[in-house]
Design a binder for this molecule. Structure first.
Ligand SMILES: Cc1cc2nc3c(=O)[nH]c(=O)nc-3n(C[C@H](O)[C@H](O)[C@H](O)COP(=O)(O)OP(=O)(O)OC[C@H]3O[C@@H](n4cnc5c(N)ncnc54)[C@H](O)[C@@H]3O)c2cc1C
Length: 278
């Protein structure tokens, strides 16, 4: 029997670091980490969090077959809470995995989600599960610029910053890249190492920056040639940017990869149940 391309692993928290006002980096350890793989870029994994009263998440077993029906078949009141995150850095030699959690601020009266709450309270030894790839080439990443792309357009918010960082790191030397990143706080800006010829525009909400679609619409000096665009973040913004690129700028829709990472007012639980995406 061939090995499943994505498998469950148990992780424990080694340390947490508040890297900026809106981000908590959780560094996980675990003896299975050398078996995990990452394509870099926007490599996604599923994380499974324990429910109140549990000290580890309830996950399907290896004998339960394909993970998705197996997880769905578990009692919703008991099974691990599943959320999607990006591999910020995988260090197999030292058995460490970094995930950067955007710890979003909500309007008064709104409850932050369980993943955010977990990250804010995580301490060494806390356990989570992950469903992660075991091969570098896997279906869990979307940033795939085609051969003929002359330049790259990237945009996203805090939830997409780890993926944006990975995408930029993956680019070959000299490729022109234009990047718009929306953040709440100026202090959330970070270094984005890349060999590409990248120009990054930070759209800081606390400085009353325009919405991403407006900032991109106003750009009149984009590179020449065939673009490849990658858009992620809040679903409505993602849709607005995509609409602008495809309808107003006439980009080939196949060259515009877009993914809603979260939806305002809606938990990922609901998006999963309804199967909705951006
Ligand atoms: C492929 C992929 C990769 C992702 N990678 C990352 C990552 O590396 N880091 C990261 O932080 N997030 C990432 N996300 C987004 C993350 O999965 C969602 O933000 C998720 O909803 C957080 O779960 P939660 O339990 O905190 O909130 P939920 O229970 O899902 O939602 C609770 C409330 O919080 C709101 N909310 C959820 N996310 C945000 C947000 N980012 N900002 C403001 N309000 C929000 C919802 O609208 C809802 O009202 C990724 C999503 C996808 C699909």
């Amino acid at each position: 029997m061939t090995e499943a391309p994505f498998q469950f692993f148990t992780l424990h928290v080694l340390r947490t670091t508040r890297i900026s006002p809106s981000f908590v980096r959780v560094t996980f350890g675990g003896e299975d980490i050398p078996r995990l793989a990452s394509a870099g870029r926007d490599q996604r994994v599923k994380l499974f969090f324990p429910r109140p009263g549990q000290d580890a998440p309830v996950l399907p077993g290896p004998e339960d077959g394909h993970w998705w029906p197996a997880w769905r078949a578990l009692d919703p009141a008991v099974r691990g809470i599943m959320r999607t995150y990006t591999v910020r850095e995988l260090r197999r030699e030292s058995q460490e995995l970094d995930i950067d959690f955007a710890v979003h601020e909500l309007s008064p009266g709104c409850d932050e989600g369980p993943a955010t709450r977990w990250a804010l309270n995580a301490s060494p030894g806390d356990r989570v599960g992950t469903l992660a790839p075991i091969h570098e080439e896997n279906d869990g990443y979307d940033f795939r610029p085609p051969e003929g792309a002359d330049w790259i357009l990237l945009t996203g918010d805090e939830s997409a910053l780890p993926a944006l960082a990975g995408n930029l790191e993956s680019l070959p030397p000299g490729v022109p890249a234009r990047v718009w990143i929306t953040l709440q706080h100026a202090a959330d800006r970070c270094a984005l190492p890349t060999r590409a010829d990248a120009r990054v525009t930070w759209l800081v909400r606390e400085e009353s920056a325009p919405a991403a679609e407006d900032a991109i619409r106003a750009a009149d000096d984009l590179p020449q040639g065939t673009p490849y665009a990658w858009i992620a973040g809040e679903s409505a913004t993602v849709r607005a940017v995509r609409r602008h690129l495809v309808r107003e700028r006439g980009y080939d829709r196949r060259a515009v990869k877009f993914t809603g990472y979260w939806r305002r007012g809606t938990s990922e639980d609901v998006l999963l149940v309804t199967g909705e995406d951006a």
